[in-house]
Design a protein around this ligand. Structure first.
Ligand code: PAF
Length: 284
């Protein structure tokens, strides 16, 4: 695996890669787990060259969030990427990504959707995500880029940005990889104590139960959503939100909605966990 820190070298390497065929790209913030490695393996199906980036992006962290303690595990990440046959790792420094102070950086904002749900709880988060992903796309110039559907709203923001800015990049969403007990894999799971880790799978169990109910009877939406959040709170979670939405628009369900998605975010100790589940809406 080639490892590149400098943008000039990356541009030379990607030009050569493009002569061989398609380039697939998986941007990450490192601390790689099996969810990330699934993205890398999947990427290989779309391209001759697979490029991964590792950059912990300060612009997407709020002032009171975990930027400083976000786990940085470059050596283990390199070994993991090599084990799945990634061709090139790009790990730019902060000065390469943001040569000027963040306040002076041009920003990419996808309106409306960036301010809802996780965007409401984490103001500025999706501007930070869209900006860094746009910059990484301009640096790597991939044909295809892959993202996990665990970050459902992030994927929607990126799809919208790519469409609105006419970026010639195919965006692929890859299903969430879960632990055997159902907990979605996430770098933030390691903030959980062993007691919290034992109850964390409840978040997905509640999602599954709610999706099952709503695929049979949508009239129970309000009551069952409230019950799920109450049960989570009783178990020790601090529920942030639970929204039942139209999967296409990411807005509340309408009579026309066919596919729904339930987005959930809840704090458990020091970890903010997010997850989602798709379902087919019960006939009206
Ligand atoms: O999902 C992530 O790890 C990050 O939000 C991303 C897409 C790499 C941008 O920093």
């Amino acid at each position: 695996m080639k490892m590149i820190e400098q943008l000039e070298q990356l541009r030379i390497a990607t030009q050569l890669a493009k002569q061989l065929g398609r380039v697939a790209f998986v941007p990450t913030m490192g601390n790689l787990h099996d969810g990330h490695l699934t993205l890398m393996r999947e990427a290989r199906k779309y391209a001759q060259t697979v490029i991964c980036s590792i950059f912990v992006n300060p612009m997407q962290f709020g002032a009171n969030e975990d930027l400083n303690k976000y786990p940085r595990t470059l050596d283990a990440d390199i070994a993991a990427l090599e084990s799945v046959g990634v061709d090139l790792l790009y790990f730019p420094s902060i000065d390469t990504m943001y040569p000027k102070p963040l306040v002076d950086q041009t920003k990419v904002e996808v309106p409306v959707i960036s301010d809802l749900y996780c965007g409401a709880s984490r103001p500025g988060h999706f501007v930070g995500v869209a900006t860094v992903v746009a910059k990484l796309f301009n640096m790597v110039q991939p044909d295809v880029a892959l993202f996990g559907t665990k970050d459902f709203q992030q994927l929607a923001v990126i799809r919208r940005m790519v469409t609105d800015l006419a970026m010639p990049i195919e965006i692929i969403g890859v299903p969430t990889v879960r632990n055997a007990d159902g907990l979605a894999m996430s770098s933030r799971n390691q903030y959980l104590t062993s007691e919290q880790r034992a109850i964390a799978p409840m978040i997905y169990a509640e999602l599954k139960q709610l999706a099952e109910t709503l695929s049979q009877d949508l009239s129970q939406l309000e009551q069952q959503s409230a019950d799920s959040q109450r049960r989570l709170a009783e178990a020790g979670f601090e529920p942030d939100y639970l929204h039942v939405l139209d999967m296409e628009t990411l807005l509340p369900l309408t009579d026309q909605s066919q596919q729904g998605v339930i987005l959930i975010a809840a704090k458990l100790g020091a970890a903010r966990l997010i997850d989602n589940i798709e379902f087919t809406c019960a006939p009206k």
